[in-house]
Design a protein around this ligand. Structure first.
Ligand SMILES: [Zn+2]
Ligand SMILES: [Zn+2]
Ligand SMILES: [Zn+2]
Length: 501
């Protein structure tokens, strides 16, 4: 076979002049299954059998015709690609009998085990056939590449079918689904241990960075099924505590209402054999979060990393349970959740009051609330800010004098509300009462509204989980979800180490 020229960067030359020097060689991107089959047994589909073939065009296959090519198409090693560890291959390329070097051109057979395998090479001198492995093997004799492929699958958020499709397109050998699942199961213990160790390291780091040993962490849960706070019906859920200083996952937990192994045997009406069961939740999906919060917080306490201040959303049941178990835990509301809560309240009020029906109006009132909450330096500031909202939108601006967001006092005669209907103040007395009730409710919480926490890092973590275990696919009920959650934790650790806060 003629050696292709490389340019100064080590890339194969693609220049026209170089091609001209090769007499019968043509580079082309189309499949000539019908037309040039006689003189090109190795082209296109026969060479790269992917799924994306359209009108003789084999997308991505750039086959080169060699005039003197006489290889047999049926020999899979001559047409497919292999993942080869050169070091292993070169060490093995010696005859097992006469110790003479072997040649790759003398391959007479091949045995594949997933992505790994061995070549059978004939010795030119003594004609003994030697088995040459082209990949590293573990103590059990299994090829490392298959395990690595399984890890890669978890890390990339793919399932066995995706990996198989990927391999097929690359024209690499395939790994069966059962092998991939077996490997994943074998790995799950190790992945879990590594993840727990890495969490323990994050705990120590968070502790050393905290002020006066007061550990602040944000808590939030996620579900493997799409759903807002009104729609929890997922079979699986996870939750994390993320350190305020490090941004790393201090601890995490997982709840599953199903176990695939249990289900399999129950469907066949058999007794379920002993197995590592993934079913660990019998309650409602909604109550998972509170349970995970308590369990995780206890585990952190046992690890001598007790959380003193928690940033969490407004889910009352979670906070209530944490307060029962940990009397002196302090809670900071999450800004976004406060906003969401207010938005919901306004929406509910708007159902009974016409004046509030326009989205613009609701948005404006929500903004007024958020100004008051964010603008206050202390609890009293927030109270004063909240108290002037209702008078302001109902047309009395006595309290607005030192509020820079209200322009009434700059020019009282020409003052208009940009976002209220017709630029006029609201009138409905009933609405005024409702809004005042909302203000009173918020004032009652002004303590926790001061210095709001953030669960943003938990939300971005949940995003990461949804990449590793997409909600559209069901990985729950098996070790796969645990592995994918662990993979997300490890990724978060790595991300925070690369881009610290
Ligand atoms: Zn030999
Ligand atoms: Zn089970
Ligand atoms: Zn005003």
């Amino acid at each position: 076979m003629e050696q292709r020229k490389r340019n100064t960067f080590g890339k194969f030359s693609r220049s026209k002049s170089a091609d001209k020097n090769r007499v019968v060689q043509i580079t082309f991107k189309w499949l000539n299954d019908g037309r040039k089959l006689e003189d090109s047994p190795q082209v296109g589909l026969r060479n790269d059998h992917g799924n994306y073939v359209y009108e003789y065009l084999d997308v991505g296959a750039e086959a080169e015709l060699e005039g003197d090519n006489t290889s047999d198409v049926s020999k899979s090693w001559t047409i497919e690609r292999r993942i080869v560890e050169w070091n292993i291959l070169s060490e093995g390329m010696y005859c097992c009998t006469c110790k003479c070097p072997l040649h790759l051109s003398d391959i007479v057979g091949e045995r594949l085990f997933g992505l790994g395998g061995l070549l059978m090479v004939d010795c030119k001198l003594c004609h003994t056939v030697t088995d040459v492995h082209f990949g590293k093997r573990g103590p059990s004799g299994s090829y490392d590449i298959n395990t690595k492929a399984s890890i890669g699958m978890i890390h990339a958020g793919m399932g066995p079918t995706h990996l198989q499709n990927f391999l097929a397109e690359c024209n690499l050998p395939s790994i069966t689904e059962s092998t991939l699942r077996k490997k994943e199961k074998e790995l799950s213990g190790q992945i879990k241990n590594v993840t727990i160790q890495s969490c323990n390291m994050a705990q120590r780091e968070e502790k050393s960075l905290s002020t006066n040993g007061n550990i602040e962490a944000s808590f939030d849960g996620g579900w493997q099924k799409r759903g807002s706070s009104w729609n929890y019906n997922s079979n699986t859920g996870h939750a994390t505590f993320i350190g305020k200083e490090t941004g790393k996952v201090l601890s995490f937990d997982l709840r599953s209402k199903t176990c695939k192994i249990c289900e399999f045997h129950q469907n066949k009406k058999e007794t379920v054999p002993e197995h590592e069961c993934h079913l660990n939740w019998h309650g409602s999906s909604k109550s998972m979060e509170a349970d995970m919060a308590v369990a995780t917080a206890h585990r952190l306490k046992d690890d001598e990393c007790e959380i003193n201040v928690i940033h969490a959303d407004n889910d009352a049941s979670t906070t209530a349970r944490l307060e029962v178990e940990f009397g002196n835990i302090q809670k900071k509301d999450d800004q976004n959740h406060v906003k969401k809560g207010l938005s919901t309240s306004l929406y509910n009020i708007s159902k009974s009051y016409k004046e509030l029906q326009k989205d613009e109006t609701k948005q404006y009132i929500l903004r007024c609330f958020m100004y008051a909450i964010k603008g206050g330096d202390n609890e009293d500031d927030i109270k004063i800010g909240l108290q002037r909202i209702v008078p302001h939108i109902f047309g009395s601006h006595e309290n607005c004098k030192d509020a820079d967001w209200c322009s009434y006092h700059q020019n009282p005669e020409k003052f208009m509300y940009k976002s209220l209907p017709n630029g006029k103040p609201l009138k409905s007395e009933g609405l005024k009462v409702e809004l005042n009730n909302l203000v009173t409710k918020m004032i009652g919480r002004s303590n926790s509204l001061n210095d709001l926490g953030s669960t943003q890092s938990n939300e971005s973590f949940n995003q990461l989980v949804s990449v590793k275990a997409p909600k559209s696919r069901h990985y729950g009920g098996s070790c796969s979800l645990q592995n994918r959650l662990s993979a997300a934790v490890l990724q978060k650790m790595k991300d925070m180490a690369t881009y610290p806060r």
